[in-house]
Design a protein around this ligand. Structure first.
Ligand SMILES: Nc1nc2c(ncn2[C@@H]2O[C@H](COP(=O)(O)OP(=O)(O)OP(=O)(O)O)[C@@H](O)[C@H]2O)c(=O)[nH]1
Ligand SMILES: [Mg+2]
Length: 459
């Protein structure tokens, strides 16, 4: 437990209905009482609201009319005494109230310090602390479900269960190594190791999908001028974001906007139609388009379905050859053929072509199909989120699971090959430490600093 009391404005800057100054630490209530004048006299009880005023003790002036909430340790977010002062949500009342808590003896909190205390005081583990940030930053409902699920602690429980099983094996191995003269009955630990290995592998197998929901992905719209890229961007966003005209070369600069495609936050990048033009401005745009494509996870290659592919189309298709690509036949409302008539095929093989969809921004045909196709492409064909949303979604966790798998594989291989038992202890310790990094049982201060510095002040 800490002996100092921290304070911060917990709500975002700007104007709002209310804004909250939060205090946590042993002196949270005494400090608050130095500036709070209750409307009615009476005791301060935990989890009860008190109505009153913030008073500047230097001149007795009223700073704001507020509600004070007291949450006594250990029944609070940090497991310390917490006081929340709900002020009017303007910069001045909040800044002045904050200033008065500082003058009364509190210290300004570091970014993420409330959550850090919740972690260090054992209320949540590190994966739950990280999940609080994911909840705040979730970009889609599915991303939020994944974050809430992790906040609920399933990952921590699963990791602890696997660590406990490995601890049993390690204890046994240690006895065999340290006290060989004792007649410990030799057991085959391979089945226990294999079981743990499979459990870690099952977690790891969810990570690619989980990270897509948490972090989102980047998809670049490419195609020759006038293919309909900006129109498609607007249709997927359901907003008139990009300028659309019948003049080829309308889009000069790349433009990014996040769309929610089947629960995945997808940053769509509209690009300038790449041509061999000598117009210097357009050439700059073309360079940016190539850069946008290079940094994207997926290419949406647009071909105008109402006319046969041109050499420019082929040139465009060729620059997508090293990217996972979805082919989009645009403007199907303008085709002279029957809607059921076959679309032309690409006149060459594309090694990473994941499928094709025909769309029209005029009739809306194919737009939802395209969103689903993008999701399918990004999730390796498994677009179904489990009902409990239990997916590993953090690269740090994936990296730790990866190292645990490697160490456990080495342990299993070693056991099978009859490697001396003391070497097994090393692999087991490596695996357990890697798993402990997820829950925070085996992390150093540097890593904690890195993780919590990404939080906002007041969280
Ligand atoms: N009928 C029809 N017209 C479309 C469709 N999509 C785009 N267009 C038209 O095609 C023209 C070009 O559309 P844009 O979206 O600006 O094309 P672009 O690929 O962004 O073009 P640049 O920015 O020049 O590279 C405009 O006149 C659009 O109205 C469609 O699905 N059906
Ligand atoms: Mg455009």
């Amino acid at each position: 437990m800490y002996d100092d009391t921290i304070t911060a404005i917990a709500t975002p800057p700007g104007e709002g209905g209310i804004g909250i100054v939060r205090l946590s630490g042993p002196d949270a209530l005494p400090i608050a009482q130095r500036l709070f004048r209750p409307y009615k006299a009476g005791p301060f009880r935990s989890h009860r609201l008190r109505y009153g005023y913030i008073i500047d003790p230097s001149d007795e002036s009223v700073v704001d009319e507020v509600l004070l909430a007291l949450m006594r340790a250990p029944h609070s977010f940090t497991r310390e005494d917490v006081v929340e002062l709900s002020c009017h949500g303007g910069p001045l009342p909040l800044q002045r109230t904050l200033g008065l808590t500082l003058a009364a003896g509190a210290r300004l909190a570091q970014p993420g310090e409330f959550t850090l205390r919740a972690f260090l005081n054992g209320r949540i583990d590190l994966s739950q602390a990280e999940a609080t940030l994911d909840v705040i930053r979730a970009q889609t409902a599915t991303g939020l479900a994944v974050a809430q699920s992790q906040l609920g602690g399933w990952l921590a429980q699963e990791v602890r269960r696997i660590r406990a099983a490995l601890m049993d094996v390690l204890a046994y191995v240690t006895v065999v190594v340290d006290f060989p003269e004792d007649e410990v009955e030799l057991q085959d630990v391979t089945p226990a190791l294999t079981q743990s290995l499979r459990a870690v592998e099952r977690l790891l197998a969810t990570a690619d999908q989980g990270m897509v929901y948490r972090q989102g992905v980047r998809a670049a719209l490419v195609g020759r001028p006038n293919a309909g890229k900006s129109s498609l961007l607007n249709a997927l966003l359901r907003a008139d974001r990009a300028i659309v005209t019948a003049i080829p070369g309308t889009t000069r600069d790349t433009l990014e906007e996040t769309a929610n495609l089947a629960g995945i936050p997808v940053v769509l990048i509209d690009t300038a139609g790449i041509t061999a033009s000598s117009d210097p401005v357009e050439r700059l745009g073309v360079d940016r388009s190539r850069a946008a494509l290079a940094a994207a996870d997926l290419a949406l290659l647009l071909l105008d379905s109402s006319r046969p592919p041109t050499p420019e189309d082929i040139q465009m298709a060729e620059i997508t050859l090293d990217k996972p690509t979805l082919l989009v036949w645009s403007k199907i409302d303008q085709r002279s053929e029957q809607p059921s008539a076959e679309l032309p095929t690409l006149p060459f093989a594309h090694p990473y072509l994941l499928g094709s969809v025909a769309t029209s921004v005029v009739t809306g045909a194919g737009i939802d199909d395209l969103a689903r196709a993008v999701a399918q492409a990004l999730l390796g064909g498994q677009a179904v989120v489990p009902g409990n949303a239990q997916l590993v979604s953090n690269p740090r966790h994936r990296d730790a699971l990866d190292r645990a798998v490697n160490a456990l594989q080495a342990a299993v291989t070693g056991q099978t090959a009859g490697v001396p038992t003391d070497l097994l202890a090393g692999d087991l310790t490596t695996a357990m430490n890697a798993l402990g990094e997820i829950t925070g049982e085996t992390v150093g201060e540097d890593l904690l600093d890195t993780i919590f510095s990404r939080f906002c002040i007041g969280k």
